[in-house]
Design a protein around this ligand. Sequence first.
Ligand code: ZN
Ligand code: ZN
Length: 194
Amino acid sequence: MKILNDLHKCSRCLVYKDKSLFYRSSDRECGVRSPCRDCRINKTPRPSLMQLFLSKFRKEPSGCWVWLGSLNNRKYGKIKFLGRCISSHRLSWELHNNKIIPHGMCVLHRCDNPPCVNPDHLFLGTNSENSKDMTNKNRQAKGIRNGQSVLTEDAVLEIRRRSNESSRSLGLEFNVSKTTILNIINRKRWRHIP
Ligand SMILES: [Zn+2]
Ligand SMILES: [Zn+2]
């Protein structure tokens, strides 16, 4: 049996295939992202967002669809598409309901399983319902310290709660500029959040 290290996921057909089926594996770093030989010859188009989404979770006996891509520090899945980082449970809601999440609304989990992207386990809620939900479930965010500069709605609420602290240190903690922090506190940005 092949071990996973010998396999690469093709960026077009999204199938795990043997390393040798990828060109340039010697001169490029593994060639992980390159299309496989078949896709290169057949000029397979890039997968759609739906195809990418469908290739990235595992259905668990519990009914949850557990995200296999990367997770943020609060265990929500994320996916990169055309250079943008998208939250996978929010994406799932939009793809399956075929509409955009209304401005300022959150997608919440009935199953309390953040990496789950099963649309049947997701529902829309307001920000305050979201924070209440999280406090009840006792897993409130303790500040977002990872390398991403995209702020979540919870981070914005936390920044506003802590507006008496130095904007420079908040900026360092949340990985955004001091100006962004000031704009959030003065409600020049994220105005839809109370
Ligand atoms: Zn392929
Ligand atoms: Zn679930």
